[in-house]
Design a protein around this ligand. Structure first.
Ligand code: P53
Length: 474
């Protein structure tokens, strides 16, 4: 026995990182569109450099991305050729509600995803839909202050109702918010929040978090009402923190960091605020605005499964034990001397994947879905345009092996596995194109030059074999 016979193998993308067509067929603008490539990106992402419109002399990679808006049929055919059982994608909120507060949705936007889902089903590929993958309509950010405002719950609810109803026959796997814990780290990128000098950031983040948690519980409720067969999950930016040493100060720092990471999922999976978060709010004199009925709503509408991304483990050290940090990531981590790092400084730790899987399963006892994992690397095509990406195969092989150990040796229930960026797409963290994750190479560079031509890499055939052997032939 190894992976279940109906194990969902596949790949994952996010609308703004692959679709392009930023103003096609009535689409409105979102936070994720106005993030340029360049030195300001990190401060924009975290909400400390305000850029709410396109500005001159900047390059905005999401405007065209890899143009999947027009190329999706060919791309899905390639996924089918690899044998995908599932394709994880996200809906661009502003294709459905261009401003976000309209009463009626944009039919052209709805039709785009309807056609896309049909294309998936043509090949027996099950769509796994992230309702929002970091995107928030710009109009809602400007007019209502985005997720700071309780009204967002209603706008998000309307979006969910439309999606669950329209795609009732086409989609049964849903995720409410991508990497919901990213709200604490990349506040503008993940949720459209930005901060003015002197504001109480922690209080703003927690209030916005509460609104998203309520919105997520409401989505779970409505999704189950509209179709009892719907499977609705939460989504964590995963990667457990290790203590830097066995110094109790470091162990304590790791526990605190893990608490911060698991806060959202604790609420979504267990149905109530964990003790440590309630106390942190108290300690910081933060009084959350909690409406009548919220507590009951959260309690009654926990998720069906827990999904997460895993790229790397992390390391925490007590304040007194200052240690070297790794770079290239909005998540601060101490450098782990036992691990190699990628070209972007992300630590490579397959056993950490097994550890993280076990920790999450232990904590929630719900089926798990690994919805992102992969290696961001520079690919150099040969003169025929072919990329021999053995480094990517090595990364994925060792991680799939670790996941297999978690299933076979440890007894964890895992529903499926989707690699991140199964086709090369724009990096969320850096906006670069040259940080590639795909089995399919896309001819486009950091400045937006290139033919957008698709070419299979060596890993394409490798992953096809992994899927056809249900993970036995790595
Ligand atoms: P990129 C940071 C840490 C962990 C996950 O990231 C992250 C990030 C954001 O940089 O985001 C997820 O493209 C996210 C995807 C993203 C992917 O990881 O920076 O859900 O949108 O592309 C990889 O290499």
């Amino acid at each position: 026995m190894s992976f279940k016979s109906n194990f969902l193998w596949g790949g994952a993308t996010a609308a703004n990182q692959c679709e392009g067509g930023f103003d096609a067929d009535g689409r409105g603008l979102a936070n994720v569109d106005v993030m340029p490539v360049g030195p300001e990106r990190l401060a924009i992402m975290t909400g400390h450099h305000k850029m709410l419109d396109f500005e001159e002399n900047y390059f905005y990679p999401a405007k065209q991305a890899i143009d999947m808006y027009h190329e999706y049929k060919k791309d899905i055919a390639l996924f089918a050729e690899m044998g995908f059982k599932v394709y994880r994608l996200s809906i661009a909120w502003t294709r459905i509600f261009p401003n976000g507060d309209e009463l009626e949705p944009n039919e052209k936007g709805l039709l785009f995803y309807e056609n896309l889902f049909n294309e998936c089903h043509k090949y027996g590929i099950e769509p796994l839909v992230t309702i929002t993958h970091f995107d928030c309509p710009m109009y809602l950010i400007k007019k209502y202050n985005g997720w700071r405002n309780r009204k967002m719950v209603g706008f998000y609810e309307r979006l969910c109702r439309v999606l669950f109803t329209r795609y009732k026959k086409q989609v049964k796997y849903w995720l409410t918010f991508n990497e919901i814990n990213m709200l604490f780290h990349g506040s503008f990128m993940s949720s459209g929040l930005y901060f003015d000098p002197g504001e109480n950031e922690l209080a703003i983040k927690y209030q916005a978090a509460h609104h998203q948690l309520v919105a997520s519980a409401l989505a779970t409720k409505i999704g189950h009402e509209i179709n009892p067969d719907n499977q609705i999950g939460c989504m964590l930016a995963g990667g457990d923190y290790y203590p830097n040493t066995c110094n109790p100060e470091d162990v304590w720092a790791a526990i605190k960091s893990n608490h911060e990471n698991y806060f959202f999922i604790d609420v979504q999976a267990k149905g109530e605020y964990p003790y440590y978060a309630l106390q942190e709010l108290k300690n910081n004199n933060i009084k959350l605005d909690i409406a009548d009925g919220d507590v009951e709503l959260l309690k009654a509408n926990t998720v069906d499964f827990v999904s997460f991304s895993y790229y790397s483990s992390r390391v925490a050290a007590g304040e007194k034990n200052a240690a070297e940090k790794t770079d290239g990531n909005v998540f601060a981590s101490v450098r782990n001397p036992y691990l190699e790092v990628t070209e972007w400084g992300w630590q490579i730790d397959p056993l950490g994947f097994r550890i993280t899987i076990n920790q999450i399963y232990d904590r929630y006892n719900k089926p798990l879905f690994v919805v992102e994992n992969g290696l961001g690397a520079i690919d150099t095509p040969d003169k025929n345009g072919y990329v021999a990406d053995d480094y990517r195969i090595d990364y994925l092989r060792s991680h799939i092996q670790a996941m297999k150990d978690a299933v076979n040796e440890d007894g964890v229930d895992i529903m499926g596995y989707t690699t991140w960026g199964c086709i090369d797409l724009v990096s969320a963290g850096t906006g670069e194109m040259k940080k590639r994750y795909g089995f399919i190479y896309v001819d486009r560079d950091n400045e937006g030059n290139g033919s957008l031509k698709r070419t299979k890499k060596k890993s394409f055939d490798w992953y096809k074999k992994v899927i056809s052997s249900n993970g036995e032939d790595l």
